[in-house]
Design a protein around this ligand. Structure first.
Ligand code: ADP
Ligand code: ZN
Ligand code: ZN
Length: 826
């Protein structure tokens, strides 16, 4: 009797036993995938985690359909790590497996495939089976795996589909609806006719009478000559010359380049930016660290001799990235793999260029927005420890790659809440999960931030982590000078134009007159958050959620930011029919409108969820701001994420108060981080930057701490509150969210659960609470918060919680209530 124990990619906590033949038994290794039947007629890609001879006692083991791999594609360290995630974050191991693997490695009977668009297929290269599938796709736009099983008249078809995916002939349906559009950058080069120098004289001769065209060609030569030594293009790792750059250098227009392309003097070509194969030169001269950086670098290495994790607390623009680069160098020189985690996918493009200047093709990028082929490519490179993926840059999911030889993990901007996955399970924190992963590789972890999270700083102060601090900016640039503007006073003395104080307007004018750029921060998108009836006070609400609708002027609609529901802007009050409607509060869209009328001669741009919807929308705006096509950029917290613009000297925070008064124990910490980070975008190169904060509460402690760059003051005050009110780092928080459409049943069920929890757990249990937004998409919501004290066993507490949840699920009338658990809720 021979069996394998497998994980299924379903929300199931159990593993399952399948039977295999003796030959299969000897062939299969842990970490290989097998196709297995499950339920009545489904087939899934399961992961083998054990090979054994113990017959299951509760059910008859079914046979596997097929072995899918020749070698393990998941390592034992990964399996252990995934099991840790499942147990710590209280979710099913199947959820972790499903979340960790690129979906093309998890084919199942429900998977739908389609033919790739605009494709030339050389049919002679297809096997018979592949051809049959291909042919069927000429008749039907998409096929289910089930259909293919009947077309090929056999069960074992995953390898056939896998081959077609590898050959770039078919894609999974989900990707099509995602409409993945990689950013393509347009480059020019001399037409191949002019490959040899011989043609050049002749070329210039033909342009004798076309001065503008000749100028461009000369600029092109100049650029390709200087390119080799220094400059931006080298930093971005691309020796080729972009159309944009050439237009700039020649002070010309793309129309003239177009003419040259038509004349076959130039030809253009496109490269996908973050996938550009590095063909530039690796920087030859060594990176010179400043004295402060060098000291920090040595302190970090020293700390690593004693501790596994070190926090690098360096003010904004202190040059943390360069310290990372120096450290990475040491680890890859000794043959180790390096993982570099970022909070935001959009930041990878900026950074990948910077890293490739030093490490060339050893840098790979991995994130969920890549298509399956690209993700599988990186997965395999990491698996075989290829040089091409020695440094992996990615957002939180890069944590799940099959590292063999991980030596060093960087978590940049470690305080960012985007490291915590909210939905679906596993609701893990990538920073914390990275520390655990590193531990099993005996690798070191560096957490970097200008505004560390309270938890991390606490770990550093209590000497669990090492702590290295840099308090000066690189190049001795001064920290920005922060000025507070009291809004109450300004409104009273009628010194406001729209939402702009006279001080802010004057500073913007000064910056613009010097050719410098401005960033304005407003933590709300839309035009103005709500429309209110002056007569009766009615505010239009979403029909499905318990929130007010937000007014978007551009589309003249009201929109729900939770479910996407929209309606046209009403002309009269739906409650009393009055036509006296007014807007209250303001968002980025309104700020942008006001800018246009106050500064009619400058170019404005807006960066928020509405303008960055497309996959690369974010980068487009960043690029045009970098290229100075935008003078004033207004945006939401997206602006606070570690961007480096050298020409920004002024940052304005339109209203500091709405951040401060969020009903959340992290509100002050977050406000401090957000304002300090946004302020940190000012004055990064030579000139000292200026920050204007408009507020009704200039004396608020948090605002004072931001103004005085007083991280420690903020930390101490918050820590004190956290202790008194029983929050992290003194207590671990588990948040239970219960949802159901039936309000009364939900109320009853939540009360039951709350009472059993508080009777059986010897610790604070809060609730059942109605959250500020208590209905989303027609489901009512209640929450329960459990606070586990530091000195209590987390493992035992979670066991008790799980037991109670099991009995809750066994109660028939509560079965319709959905419960989700968020451990270390952020
Ligand atoms: P941080 O990540 O700490 O905010 P960065 O690493 O982005 O800071 O550095 C800020 C700026 O200073 C960047 O433009 C960077 O290129 C420059 N810089 C930092 N260190 C060096 C160095 N050793 N040599 C040259 N330029 C540096
Ligand atoms: Zn009304
Ligand atoms: Zn809604």
């Amino acid at each position: 009797m021979h069996f394998v124990e497998v994980i299924l990619p379903l929300s199931l906590a159990k593993t399952f036993t399948y039977s295999v033949s003796e030959a299969e038994f000897h062939y299969i290794k842990k970490g290989m995938r097998v196709a297995v039947p499950f339920g009545k007629s489904k087939i899934y890609t399961a992961l083998v985690i054990e090979i054994h001879q113990n017959k299951p006692s509760l059910y008859e083991a079914k046979e596997i359909h097929q072995i899918l791999d020749e070698k393990p594609i998941v390592t034992e360290i990964q399996i252990t790590h995934w099991q840790w995630i499942a147990s710590y974050y209280m979710c099913a191991i199947g959820d972790v497996y499903r979340g960790a693997m690129p979906s093309a490695l998890l084919l199942e009977s429900e998977t739908v495939i389609s033919q790739k668009q605009d494709l030339f297929v050389d049919q002679s290269l297809l096997s018979d089976d592949e051809f049959l599938v291909y042919e069927a796709l000429q008749q039907q736009s998409s096929l289910k795996v089930q259909d293919i099983i009947s077309i090929l008249n056999k069960k074992n078809i995953f390898p056939v589909i896998q081959k077609l995916i590898d050959k770039n002939i078919v894609v999974l349906q989900e990707e099509i609806s995602e409409s993945y559009k990689p950013k393509l950058v347009r480059y020019v080069r001399l037409h191949s006719k002019y490959d040899s120098n011989a043609g050049l004289g002749e070329l210039l001769e033909t342009l004798k009478n076309a001065n503008k065209q000749k100028e461009i060609v000369l600029s092109y030569f100049q650029l390709s000559a200087t390119e080799k030594t220094r400059g931006e293009a080298e930093r971005s790792g691309a020796k080729p010359i972009t159309v944009k750059k050439l237009v700039e250098a020649a002070h010309s227009s793309s129309a003239i380049i177009k003419a040259l392309i038509e004349k076959e003097i130039f030809e253009d070509y496109f490269l996908q930016e973050d996938r550009v194969n590095f063909n530039g030169k690796i920087r030859e001269e060594e990176l010179q660290l400043s004295q402060a950086q060098q000291t920090a670098f040595e302190e970090i290495k020293n700390s690593f001799t004693q501790k596994e994790v070190c926090l690098l607390h360096g003010v904004t623009s202190s040059g943390k990235t360069e310290i990372y680069i120096k450290l990475i160098e040491e680890y890859i020189d000794s043959g180790k793999q390096v993982l570099y985690l970022l909070p935001e996918i959009a930041l990878t493009t900026q950074l990948v260029g910077r890293l490739r200047t030093y490490f060339g093709n050893k840098v790979a990028v991995f994130h969920s927005k890549y298509n399956n082929n690209e993700r599988i490519e990186v997965w395999n490179q990491v698996l075989v420890n290829s040089e091409k993926a020695q440094v992996v840059l990615g957002a939180r999911s890069a944590l799940f790659l099959p590292f063999h030889n991980l030596g060093f993990v960087i978590v940049d901007e470690e305080h960012e809440q985007t490291f915590k996955q909210v939905d679906p399970a596993p609701r893990y924190h990538a920073r914390d999960a990275a520390v655990v992963l590193a531990n099993s590789h005996k690798a070191k972890v560096l957490l970097g931030s200008a505004t560390p999270s309270i938890e991390t700083y606490f770990n550093a102060k209590s000497e669990k982590y090492g702590l290295v601090e840099i308090s000066k900016r690189f190049g001795n640039v001064m920290m920005p000078n922060i000025e507070l503007v009291d809004l109450k006073d300004k409104y009273f003395r009628k010194r406001m134009t729209g939402h702009f104080s006279d001080v802010l307007i004057e500073e913007i004018n000064t910056a613009l007159s010097l050719g410098e750029q401005v960033i304005l921060f407003q933590n709300r998108r839309g035009y103005s958050p709500i429309i209110e009836c002056i007569t009766c006070g009615h505010v239009p609400q979403c029909q499905q959620c318990d929130v007010s609708l937000t007014y978007h002027k551009h589309k003249n609609q009201l929109r729900c930011h939770y479910c996407g529901y929209t309606m046209a802007k009403p002309t009269h009050c739906h409650s009393c029919s009055s036509v006296d409607l007014t807007t209250k509060g303001f968002g980025t869209e309104q700020i942008e409108q006001e800018l246009i009328s106050i500064f009619p001669n400058s170019k404005t741009g807006r960066m928020d969820q509405d303008t960055t919807r497309g996959k690369f929308g974010f980068e487009k705006i960043i690029d045009s701001f970098k290229n100075r096509e935008i003078d004033i950029l207004v945006g939401t917290q997206m602006l606070a994420k570690g961007l480096d613009f050298d020409n920004v000297t002024l940052v304005g925070i339109m209203n500091a108060d709405n951040m401060l008064y969020h009903p959340d124990f992290r509100a002050f910490e977050r406000s401090f981080q957000m304002m300090t980070q946004v302020a940190g975008r000012a004055g990064r190169s030579e000139k000292q930057g200026k920050v204007i904060i408009q507020t009704y509460n200039p004396n608020h402690n948090t605002i004072q701490q931001v103004t005085n760059n007083d991280y420690l003051g903020m930390y101490k005050e918050q820590l004190y509150d956290r202790q008194i009110y029983k929050y992290p780092p003194y207590f671990r928080i588990i948040k239970l969210t219960l949802k159901q459409r039936d309000f009364d049943k939900l109320k009853e069920g939540t009360m039951w659960l709350y009472q059993v929890m508080s009777q059986n757990l010897n610790m604070p249990v809060l609730g059942p609470e109605e959250p500020a937004i208590n209905r989303i998409r027609n489901e009512y919501i209640r929450t329960i918060i459990i606070k586990i004290p530091q000195n209590t066993s987390i493992v035992n507490t979670k066991k008790t919680i799980q037991k109670i949840l099991n009995s809750f699920e066994a109660v028939a009338q509560y079965r319709a209530i959905k419960v989700t658990l968020n451990v270390d809720f952020y």
